[in-house]
Ligand binder design. Structure first.
Ligand code: SF4
Length: 120
């Protein structure tokens, strides 16, 4: 029986949860240590398909700043982070850029856009 420890990051309490494979439950997992139900979905997602918001920068042309801070507008799978970074590193943008402007649409078909984190 596989067991994992997951720290919940949804709220500042940061519950330490144990996730155990359990074929008899609907989700296929038993979660212990969560102080509220939000931790259950989080813990199962962490062991089945962990995702993160990706933050980075892209090369910026014709501006005082050399790099534009960017981030994904949705979490992307952790196993695609390096591939996403290769795409992000290949992009250059020109000013003016408004905060929230889509810099890369649907990066690697993840459904997440890479957007500007500031106005330049
Ligand atoms: S399980 Fe609930 S109480 Fe615990 S850290 Fe997650 S959101 Fe907060």
């Amino acid at each position: 029986m596989e067991k994992s420890i997951v720290i919940c990051t949804i709220c500042p309490i940061g519950c330490s949860m144990e996730v155990i494979e359990d074929r008899s439950s609907d989700s296929g997992y038993l979660v212990k240590g969560n102080s509220c139900n939000r931790g259950i979905d989080y813990a199962i997602a962490e062991v089945t398909n962990p995702t993160r918001i990706l933050t980075s920068t892209v090369r910026l042309n014709n501006a005082g700043l050399r790099r534009l801070p960017v981030r994904t507008d949705k979490p992307v799978p952790k196993n695609l982070m390096l591939a996403c970074m290769k795409v992000i590193n290949s992009v250059e943008v020109d000013t003016p850029i408004e905060i929230g402007t889509v810099i890369i649409e649907n990066i690697l078909s993840t459904g997440a856009n890479v957007i500007a984190s500031r106005t330049v």
